[in-house]
Design a protein around this ligand. Structure first.
Ligand code: CP
Length: 333
C-alpha cells in the first residue's frame, strides 16, 4: 500500500488508516534505519511549532533520510501568500515561485499554515492551505492547516489503541480557556477522528463556541460509517458523566470569529471552564485526559490533572513521531 499525499484523514479508507497504524507499530518494534536513505524531506513552517517540527525531522532521520526546514522571514525571504497583491511590503518572494523551488529540492514536503482567523467560511474551506498544496506536485503532508491536523489525529488514534480504549465509549471534546482565540484545526480533526473510530463523541463548549456546521456534518458522516455518534452541548455535568476520554482543547468563538475584542470579552467570563480535579471527577474513574499540547497550566487544565496518572498527553506527543514515520514510509517507499 502506498500514499500519494497525507492531507486529511478523511481521504484515507479504513484499511489505509489501519495499515498506517500497523506500520507505525511495526516500525516502533522493528526499526528500519536505512528505509529512506537518500530521501529528503522539506518542511515549511509558516507558524511556530515544537512537536511537529522536531518529530518530523527526528522521524525522517530515524528512517535514514534527511530534512531541511524553512521558516519564512526568519533567515530566509519572507513569503507572500496572497494573490493579486503588489509586493511592496516585507515579503520578497511569492509562494508561487518559492514553494515549487523548494519542492524541486526534496522528495516529500510538509507545510504548516494556520488559519488566517478573519473569515470563518474561508478557513473552514481550508482555502489558504489548498492554494499552496496546488503549487506542489510532490508527496505532501499537512502539518496543520486552518481546519485540519491529520498527523495529530492519527497519533491520537494510536494513543487510544495503545490504551485499549474501546470504540463504543464516550469521548468528550471539551473546550477549555486560553488567553486568546486559537484555531479550529485540532477540535475539527479530533471530532472527526473520534467519530471515525466509532466513539460516542460529545462536543462540550460554552455558548458562542459551537463548532461550524460543516465540521459537525463531516464528523457525523464519519460516525455514520463507524457506528459512532456526535452531539454538542454546553452542559458540563451531563457531558462529563460517564466519559472514558476527555480531550481538552482551546478554540476561538465561532460567533465572534475574526473579532478579537468580542471574543476576548466573551472568554473573560469563562475562566471557570478550566478542567480541574473537581470537574474531572464526574467522568469514569479511569477516564483519560488528552490534549495535543502546548497547554497552559492552570489556565486550560489544572496542574494536578496534567501531572496525574490519568493524563496521557506525553504519550500522544510521542506518538506523533511514531505515526509520522509510517506516513513518510508510505509516501516514499
Ligand atoms: N500538537 C502540535 O502540533 O504541537 P506543535 O504546535 O508544537 O507542533
Amino acid at each position: 500500500m502506498s500514499l500519494a499525499r497525507f492531507l486529511d484523514l478523511a481521504d484515507l479508507s479504513p484499511e489505509e488508516i489501519r495499515d498506517l497504524l500497523a506500520l507505525a507499530d511495526r516500525l516502533q518494534q522493528h526499526p528500519e534505519p536505512q528505509a529512506l536513505a537518500g530521501k529528503i524531506l522539506g518542511l515549511i513552517f509558516l507558524n511556530p511549532s515544537l512537536r511537529t517540527l522536531a518529530s518530523m525531522q527526528a522521524g525522517m532521520a530515524r528512517l535514514g533520510g534527511s530534512s531541511f526546514v524553512i521558516t519564512p522571514g526568519h533567515g530566509t525571504w519572507a513569503l507572500e501568500t496572497r494573490t493579486g497583491v503588489a509586493m511592496d511590503g516585507a515579503a520578497a518572494e511569492h509562494v508561487r515561485e518559492g514553494l515549487p523551488v523548494l519542492a524541486s529540492y526534496c522528495d516529500v514536503m510538509g507545510i504548516r499554515a494556520f488559519a488566517e482567523g478573519h473569515d470563518l467560511a474561508n478557513d473552514v474551506a481550508d482555502t489558504h492551505f489548498k492554494s499552496m498544496a496546488a503549487l506542489i506536485k510532490k508527496p505532501l503532508i499537512n502539518l496543520e492547516s486552518a481546519i485540519n491536523h491529520p498527523c495529530q489525529a492519527l497519533a491520537d488514534w494510536k494513543t487510544l489503541d495503545d490504551l485499549h480504549i474501546a470504540p463504543r465509549t464516550k469521548f468528550v471534546l471539551s473546550w477549555v480557556p486560553h488567553p486568546r482565540a486559537l484555531p479550529l484545526a485540532v477540535p475539527a480533526a479530533t471530532a472527526h477522528m473520534a467519530a471515525l473510530r466509532g466513539h460516542e463523541v460529545v462536543v462540550l463548549r460554552p455558548d458562542g463556541f459551537a463548532l461550524p456546521d460543516a465540521v459537525i456534518d463531516r464528523a457525523r458522516a464519519a460516525a455514520r460509517l463507524s457506528g459512532g455518534s456526535i452531539t454538542e452541548t454546553d452542559d458540563r455535568d451531563s457531558a462529563l458523566k460517564g466519559a472514558h476520554v476527555v480531550y481538552a482543547k482551546e478554540w476561538g468563538s465561532t460567533r465572534h470569529y475574526g473579532d478579537a475584542e468580542a471574543d476576548a470579552s466573551l472568554r473573560r467570563s469563562l475562566t471557570n471552564w478550566q478542567l480541574t480535579e473537581q470537574t474531572f471527577a464526574q467522568a469514569t474513574p479511569h477516564c483519560k485526559l488528552m490534549h495535543c499540547l502546548p497547554v497552559r497550566r492552570n489556565v486550560a487544565i489544572a496542574e494536578s490533572l496534567l501531572d496525574g496518572p490519568r493524563s496521557v498527553v506525553l504519550q500522544e506527543a510521542h506518538n506523533r513521531l511514531v505515526v509520522q514515520m509510517a506516513i513518510l514510509y508510505r509516501l516514499l517507499k
